[in-house]
Design a protein. Structure first.
Length: 643
């Protein structure tokens, strides 16, 4: 794991020393192993190291022939395959060296062959060209900013946002997407600063930028076995490998354990690998969040079932509304993207203390399990596949079986299937729109980002279930775009269910293997029956939290409304009278989009903090006579660290 930054002046002017000093100070929190600086005429590259694996470390930027330089941030899972395909790879080569050699052999075509979580930048001195790329799902961030005068890129946003004389304006498209669901994966909260799209290459040269997709799931890939057991064995093998790859760490590993099927499966499989001696890490610990005051979200009894099986208790953190008490927790550094109020709660402080005390640099998450493995037991994709394939007898048989399981009239079920193929035309008027506290003008400008409707199923481009899977992938990519690299302490998230080979397998098998009437997560339950406790596999789908969210919304609104006017009102995003009405409706138990409402309040808090950062940047510009002293002071403030 590492952090990278590059800057290239298109006019040939040398890079200012003060700029590099400021960038280095901004990267320090992410690079406990130090920062390397490379200067080349009008360009400069900086790489900060935070090692999590013995095979990941190497001196970077890494030099190639023909005056090319590579910076690599990530985990490479198919080193053996690349070693066999490339020339000149030794046994002790690091990930960066393996990737560099593969680039020499295949050029940018190698991106489609890199399996793992990664972000890469390649700078060519001879051509004055920059090539950026990210893995297929976008698990590692990589941002860029380019115009006719200068090109900059970084795995963290701070240098791209705070280096200029003014902080860029906020992106309305990003904020609209974040409040309603998640923003598009190529956006950031700042105008002019973009994120490299997942599974894509960005090429920049002389102020010109091009974006090209290098890989996607194959709609023609179909895996068909003779019986259920063969599917179960292949799933078990691929999932086991997905977990093994992500517990490969020279430090202890921490795993979230919610008591649900996803996180429990990861922990139980990791225990199996540890017992067999098939992984590098010495220890795997767990963390469980709970709220005993929320009747629908008491996870401790289920988490303790897994803890009992593994013979070891984990860390338990209370995330009830009381954890947001402003007198208790200390505010962490300014976060470059809007985030939940829980990031400044006592629960978040406890999490950071646990990471620091335990020496963890890897945290496992069950994100993606629901979307990939059929967590929502809907028959629509399967029935649409049968309908498109003209399998009339199977369509009728499965329709009746699903109608009985869902206790739903068969005609209504068929209507749901047919609607997938019809054009979608959602309405956006204030009266019909669920986010009614947004202004009419803001809704009109960003109706596309605010839309909750899914795409229309086409008769080409793969089966209906495959198209539904691609839509789930885009949603996950957008969700991951709302995360950034972590610091103080530095660690990385890893997602076993977002393994490319696991997802490709799940997308290429019959839908009936994933979900069956009366049996959601069918394949997962069958394959892991001997690994995960039966009480977890038989557990009903976890309920959504509602009461706790309402309490948090009330507390946040009471805290923020004392300052008027609200920033979201000044920017024309929110109608404050409608916002107050929505909060009152939530408190009275009426139907309100509570998650979006909470995000709107969190946005107000973030915009206030951003305005403070803008004032600090202006101070840097206007006090040039005290530049050194001001830079040091202001950078400390920007990062929320003590002097």
């Amino acid at each position: 794991m590492g952090v990278q930054f590059g800057i290239c002046n298109c006019d040939g002017e040398p890079v200012d020393n003060d700029v590099l000093e400021r960038v280095e100070s901004l990267l320090v929190p992410y690079a406990p192993e130090g920062i390397s600086v490379l200067r080349r005429e009008s360009c400069a590259l900086l790489y900060g190291s935070c090692e999590t694996r013995t095979t990941s470390g190497s001196q970077q930027p890494y030099r190639l022939p023909d005056r090319n330089w590579i910076m690599w941030d990530g985990r490479l899972d198919n080193r053996g395959d690349l070693r066999r395909a490339s020339i000149g790879l030794g046994v002790a080569d690091t990930d960066a060296e393996v990737v560099a050699c593969a680039y020499q052999s295949f050029g940018t075509q190698m991106f489609s062959h890199l399996i793992g979580d990664w972000a890469i930048s390649i700078f060519s001195e001879a051509r004055q060209e920059v090539v950026l790329a990210r893995d297929f799902i976008g698990s590692r961030p990589l941002f860029y900013r380019s115009d006719n005068h200068q090109t900059t890129w970084s795995t963290v946003l701070e240098p791209l946002v705070f280096l200029g004389p003014e902080v860029p304006q906020v992106s309305g498209s990003y904020l609209a997407g974040w409040m309603s669901s998640y923003p598009h994966s190529h956006l950031t909260p700042y105008e002019g600063v973009r994120s490299v799209p997942p599974s894509s290459t960005v090429r920049m040269r002389a102020g010109q930028t091009s974006v090209r997709k290098y890989w996607d799931f194959d709609p023609g890939l179909a895996i068909r076995h003779r019986n259920d057991k063969d599917y179960e064995e292949q799933f078990y093998s691929i999932f086991r490998e997905a977990v093994r790859r992500r517990i490969d760490s020279s430090n202890p590993v921490l795993a979230e354990l919610s008591g649900g099927m996803d996180s429990s499966s990861i922990v139980c499989m990791a225990d199996s690998l540890l017992a067999a001696g098939h992984c590098q890490t010495s220890r795997l610990d767990t963390i469980t969040y709970f709220d005993v005051r929320e009747p629908n979200w008491d996870e401790l009894p289920y988490a303790r079932i897994v803890e009992q099986q593994r013979g070891r208790a984990g860390c338990h953190i209370d995330v009830g509304p009381e954890s947001l008490d402003q007198k208790g927790p200390t505010r962490n550094r300014f976060r470059m993207i809007p985030s939940s109020p829980y990031t400044r709660s006592s629960a978040a402080d406890s999490f950071r203390q646990l990471l620091s005390g335990g020496g963890y640099r890897v945290v496992l998450s069950g994100l993606g399990g629901d979307e990939i493995l059929g967590g929502v037991p809907t028959p629509v994709p399967e029935l649409a596949d049968l309908l498109v394939g003209l399998k009339v007898r199977q369509f009728l048989a499965q329709s009746f079986e699903w109608a009985l399981a869902k206790r739903k009239p068969i005609l209504k079920l068929w209507s749901s299937v047919l609607r997938q193929f019809l054009p979608r035309s959602p309405r956006y008027s204030r009266q019909s729109f669920r986010l009614c506290w947004l202004t009419t003008e803001f809704i009109a400008r960003h109706r596309h980002e605010l839309s909750f409707s899914s795409r229309r199923t086409r008769l080409t481009g793969g089966s209906p279930s495959f198209q539904a899977n691609l839509e789930a992938v885009e949603s996950l990519r957008s969700q991951l775009s709302c995360t950034t690299l972590e610091s103080a302490p530095t660690f990385e998230w890893r997602y076993p269910f977002l393994d490319r080979e696991l997802m490709s397998f799940c997308f290429s098998i019959p839908r009936e293997q994933m979900v069956r009437p009366h049996e959601r997560r069918s394949l997962m339950r069958r394959a892991l029956a001997a690994t995960v406790p039966r009480q977890i596999l038989d557990r009903k789908r976890k309920a959504y939290v509602s009461r706790a969210l309402v309490k948090v919304i009330s507390a946040e609104y009471m805290r923020l409304r004392d300052s008027t006017p609200l920033r979201v009102e000044e920017l024309g995003i929110v109608d404050c009278s409608e916002l107050e009405h929505a909060v009152q409706n939530a408190e009275q138990g009426r139907d309100v989009a509570t998650v979006s409402l909470l995000r709107t309040l969190a946005l107000e808090d973030w915009l206030r903090e951003l305005r403070n950062q803008q004032s600090l940047v202006r101070e840097l510009v206007f006090r040039k006579d005290h530049a050194t002293r001001v830079v040091r002071c202001s950078d400390q403030e920007l990062l929320g660290r003590e002097n």
